[in-house]
Ligand binder design. Structure first.
Ligand SMILES: *Cc1c(COP(=O)(O)O)cnc(C)c1O
Length: 251
C-alpha cells in the first residue's frame, strides 16, 4: 500500500478496506489451511481450496478467476446454465456439489467438469447416457451421509462398497473419491466425527480393491468447519461465504 493513500485515510479505515478484498480473505483462509496442516503434520500442497460461488454473480467469479482459481462449486444446474454463457471468455470448470434431480443429468453433461454429489445409481445411469451423447467424461465423487440429519443427502455408509462396484459399468464417470457434509453443529467433536468417518469409509473401501475406482480425494470441510476437516484428512475444502461473503438466503 502506498504511503500517499495511507496519508489520505485514517489508518483504521485503510486496514478495513484491505480486509474487505477477496484476495485478503483468501490469503487468510490459506493461512488457516496451512496451520491446520501443520497441526497434524500434513503437507499444505495436499489440500485444495474450491471456491463455492453459488448465489454470487459472475463479477465475483471473475474476481476469483483473476486470483488464479478456475474451478467453482455450484449446487443448482439452473444457476450454472445462467452463468456459463456469461463467462464463455474464461476457462471455468464447474463443479457440481448439490443434490441433483435425475432430470438435470443433461445439464451436468453439458456444463460440468465434475460432480461431487453422486449418490445413486439412477443418476449415474442418466449421466452416463447423457455424457456419451456429448462425447465427454467427468470426474465424480460419491457423496456419503456421515450425519443423521434428515436434511443431508448422500449414500448410507453401508451402501458405499456395493455402489462403488456398480459404478464400474459407467466409463464416462471417473470415480476419484468421496464427499460429505458434516452435521451442522457447534459441537466440534460431533463435526470431527463425520469427517473421520468418511476417512475410515475410504480406507475400508480401498481395502476392497475395487477396480477402476480411485479414492484419493476426500472433499470435506466448508467455511465453518474446514480446519477440523483438514485435520481429519480432507484433500479439498469447499468454501463459499468465507470467500464471497454471506449469502442472502440459504441456498
Ligand atoms: C454451500 C455449500 C458449501 C459452502 O458453504 P459455506 O458455508 O458458504 O462455505 C460447501 N458444500 C456444499 C455442498 C454446499 O452446498
Amino acid at each position: 500500500m502506498s504511503t500517499s493513500s495511507n496519508s489520505e485515510h485514517p489508518s483504521g479505515q485503510a486496514q478495513q478496506s484491505q480486509a474487505d478484498t477477496m484476495a485478503f480473505r483468501i490469503s487468510r483462509i490459506q493461512a488457516r489451511m496451512a496451520d491446520a496442516c501443520a497441526r497434524v503434520g500434513r503437507d499444505p500442497a495436499e489440500v485444495t481450496l474450491l471456491p463455492v460461488s453459488k448465489t454470487f454473480d459472475t463479477s465475483a467469479i471473475r474476481e476469483a478467476l483473476a486470483l488464479g482459481f478456475t474451478r467453482f462449486g455450484e449446487n443448482r444446474m439452473q444457476e450454472v446454465a445462467q452463468k456459463a454463457p456469461l463467462l464463455q471468455d474464461c476457462n471455468v470448470n464447474w463443479v457440481v456439489i448439490g443434490h441433483l434431480q435425475t432430470n438435470k443429468a443433461k445439464e451436468v453433461a453439458r456444463y460440468a467438469s465434475e460432480l461431487q454429489s453422486l449418490d445413486r445409481l439412477d443418476l449415474a445411469e442418466a449421466l452416463e447416457r447423457r455424457l456419451q451423447l456429448e462425447g465427454r467424461s467427468i470426474d465424480v465423487l460419491v457423496q456419503v451421509k456421515t450425519s443423521t440429519e434428515e436434511t443431508k443427502s448422500g449414500l448410507e455408509p453401508a451402501e458405499l462398497v456395493p455402489f462403488l462396484r456398480q459404478l464400474a459399468q459407467y466409463p464416462s464417470l471417473r470415480v476419484k473419491g468421496l464427499m460429505t457434509m458434516a452435521v451442522l453443529s457447534a459441537d466440534s467433536v460431533a463435526v470431527r466425527k463425520c469427517f473421520s468417518h468418511l476417512r475410515q469409509l475410504r480406507e475400508q473401501a480401498q481395502q476392497e480393491g475395487i477396480s477402476g475406482v480411485s479414492l484419493e480425494r476426500l472433499s470435506m470441510g466448508m467455511s465453518g468447519d474446514f480446519e477440523l476437516a483438514i485435520e481429519e484428512g480432507s484433500t479439498e475444502i469447499r468454501v463459499g461465504s468465507a470467500i464471497f461473503g454471506s449469502r442472502a438466503a440459504p441456498a
